[in-house]
Write a protein that binds this ligand. Structure first.
Ligand SMILES: Cc1cc2nc3c(=O)[nH]c(=O)nc-3n(C[C@H](O)[C@H](O)[C@H](O)COP(=O)(O)OP(=O)(O)OC[C@H]3O[C@@H](n4cnc5c(N)ncnc54)[C@H](O)[C@@H]3O)c2cc1C
Length: 407
């Protein structure tokens, strides 16, 4: 007997689930509201498509929040379908990968389109049907899946099982708007409101700093918020700061803003590789007739945006080497806003981890499985988001197969 499976959402999680579920005795249809699949994956490709990361697995798994028992299912999924499997999978699609100096893994093509083309060809050969322009709106009176097609006509499907891979709520114009949250909540599923993650922060720059340094990078820095400290780089923007080091602190910044009336304190270490006393020793060298900027550039290698950031923090730079070193190690900044969902790389919120069983089936709706960013987990940039989207899709697809077999 042929079984019908509906996968809703043609992002990386939905397509990966379809790949696992496709078999000669199963008809898999992937429903997607947009006119073309995987728009967010293609957007991720603009930054080179960071597929995963090469660090040791125990460190890798520690990147996922929640860090308590609730997040265990995400870590188990990533353990079962880990970075090496993702690399082998990309290779299998004719997309060899390389590991960058930061340990991040990318396809050599540094974009998503060749990988996606090869993937869609393979899914087609596996018999997976792609139903584009189909927006899922919930369940019909008789328990079927209700869709509105792009020509406004309705469709009701009655699959044997359903896998939802509807994505989070960031960059809604790429397809994932999170509009499904109330539909699932209405069926008794425990859901959490969406909030931006891996997003830029707002800082009230002076007009002179903003106009001169917008678009300039701050390289090889470390940023701290509360007890969390991240090395990396950031980009000075019109509104504040963006980039990996800032994104990785989103969780901490969000918590501090909630506790502190909408403000969070950051400190930027402009020379994380030097101790304060090493720095002070270099700053104690005679300046001769050099301007302060020339001296800071030559003595400790600070580029103009870093020197300007120091001046942004204090009207007058300390003359005493130790005091100056302390400032360079911890330039204080105040975050007054987080970028919204429309610009965030990812979101938190969605289906609560408590709402799904170990096979990623919704406890409230047996036979409906969930995967990818629509589930409420969090991770920094660095390949961890795609890695978990793939891994939870594989876990949910296997869970669905097990559920169908046991019926
Ligand atoms: C600019 C940018 C760069 C990024 N770069 C990286 C990176 O380099 N590395 C990394 O690991 N991660 C990156 N990410 C994050 C990564 O792309 C996402 O985490 C990942 O795409 C999530 O996969 P998903 O399948 O769960 O959801 P999505 O990719 O969002 O796919 C969900 C799909 O479901 C469809 N859908 C939603 N609702 C409905 C409905 N009601 N009916 C039918 N279809 C529906 C959507 O249209 C969408 O196609 C980036 C994100 C952005 C925005």
């Amino acid at each position: 007997m042929t079984r019908e499976i509906a996968v809703i959402g043609a992002g990386p999680a939905g397509l990966m689930a379809a790949e696992v579920l496709a078999s000669p005795d199963t008809t898999v249809t992937v429903y997607e509201r947009m006119p073309s699949p995987a728009r967010k994956l293609l957007m991720a490709g603009r930054g080179g498509l960071n597929l995963t990361h090469s660090e040791p697995l125990d460190i890798f798994l520690g990147r996922y929040a929640p860090r308590d028992a609730a997040g265990q299912s995400i870590r188990e999924a990533v353990k079962s379908y880990g970075p090496e499997t993702v690399v082998a999978w990309a290779n299998g699609l004719g997309q060899p990968t390389f590991t960058g100096s930061s340990g991040r893994i990318f396809p050599k093509a540094m974009k998503a389109s060749p990988l996606l083309r090869a993937w869609l060809r393979r899914l087609d050969a596996q018999g997976v049907r792609l139903a584009l322009g189909h927006t899922w709106t919930g369940w019909s009176q008789d328990g079927g899946l209700a869709f509105i097609r792009s020509d406004a006509s309705p469709l009701v499907a009655h699959p044997d099982a359903t896998l939802l891979a509807l994505g989070g709520a960031s960059w809604p114009r790429l397809g994932s708007s999170g509009a499904w949250l109330s539909t699932l909540a209405g069926r008794g599923v425990d859901t959490r409101a969406f909030a931006p993650s891996n997003c830029g922060v707002g800082i009230a720059w002076s007009e002179i700093f903003r106009s001169r340094f917008e678009g300039e990078p701050l390289k090889r820095i470390a940023i701290a918020c509360g007890d969390s400290r991240v090395r990396g780089e950031a980009l000075i923007t019109r509104r504040g700061l963006e980039g990996g080091a800032v994104y990785a602190l989103s969780n901490e910044i969000r918590k501090q803003m909630a506790a502190d009336g909408g403000r969070a304190a950051l400190t930027v270490d402009l020379r994380p590789d030097l101790t304060p006393s090493d720095l002070a020793a270099k700053l104690a060298a005679p300046r001769q007739k050099q301007s302060t900027s020339t001296f800071l550039r030559k003595a400790i290698g600070l580029p103009p945006p870093a020197i300007a950031l120091l001046r942004e923090a204090t009207a007058e730079l300390p003359a005493q080497p130790y005091a100056l070193a302390d400032l360079i190690k911890a330039v204080p900044l105040v975050v007054t806003a987080l970028d919204g969902l429309d610009r965030a790389i990812s979101s938190v919120g969605g289906v609560a981890l408590e709402a799904v069983d170990e096979a990623f089936m919704l406890r409230a709706i047996p036979g409906v499985f969930v995967a990818g960013e629509m589930v409420d987990w969090d991770a920094p940039t660095g390949g961890y988001l795609l890695q978990a989207s793939f891994a939870t899709a594989v876990a949910a697809a296997r869970g669905l197969q097990g559920w169908l077999t046991a019926r």
